[in-house]
Design a protein around this ligand. Structure first.
Ligand code: GTP
Ligand code: MG
Length: 302
């Protein structure tokens, strides 16, 4: 009887902002590793989410969406996305078939088709209709098929509704090399807890606030104190202007209160313990243009 070989490898998940990259990674792993929101540029880090199966370990590298904004943070997010390809066996290129093609696609094509890495194009959000499906297939035929990638496939998916995710997993497993595991079997992510907690607070803020403000926000976890029955966490929210601070706090502190309650729920699930959140809002003008601050906030500037 043939023995089953163990397979393992890294899979980079790329695409423009808001196409559902983080939703897909969370759905494949079955656990919320990466935050998700309807606002583009939600993911600001390179986050590894690890899927542990009996005979395989798949390390998904979730990335910030490739985009064309201009400030230092934005430029850095593109660098992170590009770098995440290093050492990957596969690329999942995610597109949103409910939205028309964007200018970012050209940039993505440049990055993806110059690599000798197998690529799977995931046509996501098919639950919202397939209005632009054929435009992406055309792009596929014209650009990616002519690239250097040794294997190319595409698959319609709904990350949110779970459609075709098993098929996607099978494709990944078929195309990963024989290898031992890279991480401990019960590791779900390499994303440091401190940044994960900060991101949860940022997600709740994104979900509460109107479209523009989120890009001016940063969240830092200053301190985590673990006592026998409770974890006490000090969180700083940075905004660029005084007027933004008023919006973040909300009338009578309502927004901050809602954010705190909802973030606490998610954080308690990670720690399995009661959590106390002490949240402060501070005005820090131009934090996005200052490498030192970006570094402190975990937006690494290597
Ligand atoms: N209807 C539908 N919505 C989806 C699907 N996948 C993701 N979404 C929604 O799309 C929005 C963006 O999802 P994210 O996972 O944050 O997208 P992302 O590509 O990681 O975005 P960035 O991190 O900003 O680059 C969220 O509101 C998700 O709930 C899907 O299959 N169907
Ligand atoms: Mg994301």
């Amino acid at each position: 009887m043939a023995t089953k070989v163990f397979k393992a490898g890294f899979v980079a998940v790329l695409g423009r902002p808001n196409v559902g990259k983080s939703t897909l990674v969370n759905a494949l792993i079955g656990s919320k590793i990466s935050i998700v929101s309807p606002i583009p540029q939600t993911t600001r880090h390179q986050i590894k989410g690890i899927m542990n199966l009996e005979y395989a370990q798949v390390v998904f590298v979730d990335t910030p969406g490739i985009h064309s904004f201009k400030d230092k943070l934005a430029a850095h997010l593109n660098v992170i996305a590009k770098r995440s390809l290093e050492g990957c066996e596969l690329i999942i290129y995610v597109v949103d078939v409910s939205r028309r093609l964007g200018p970012e696609e050209d940039k993505l094509m440049e990055i993806i088709s110059s690599q000798k890495i197998k690529i799977i194009m995931v046509l996501n959000k098919v639950d919202l209709g397939v209005k632009f499906f054929n435009d992406y297939i055309d792009l596929w035929g014209k650009k990616i098929k002519k690239g250097k990638n040794p294997l190319i496939l595409y698959l319609p998916v709904s990350a949110k509704k779970g459609k075709n995710l098993e098929e996607l997993k099978n494709i990944l497993l078929d195309n990963l090399p024989e290898s031992c595991a890279y991480y401990d079997k019960d590791t779900l992510t390499d994303f440091p807890l401190k940044f994960r907690v900060a991101d949860i607070v940022r997600e709740k803020l994104f979900l509460q606030l109107k479209k523009e403000l989120p890009h001016s926000l940063a969240v830092e976890v200053e301190e985590i104190k673990s006592k026998s029955k409770v974890i006490s966490i000090k969180v700083n929210i940075y905004v660029e202007r005084k007027s933004q601070k008023r919006i973040v706090v909300g009338k009578g502190g309502q927004i901050l209160k809602t954010v705190g309650i909802s973030a606490r729920g998610d954080i308690e699930k990670i720690y399995n313990k009661k959590v106390f959140l002490d949240i402060w809002v501070t005005v820090l003008p131009d934090w996005k243009t200052k490498p030192r601050i970006l570094k402190e906030l975990g937006y690494w500037w290597a």
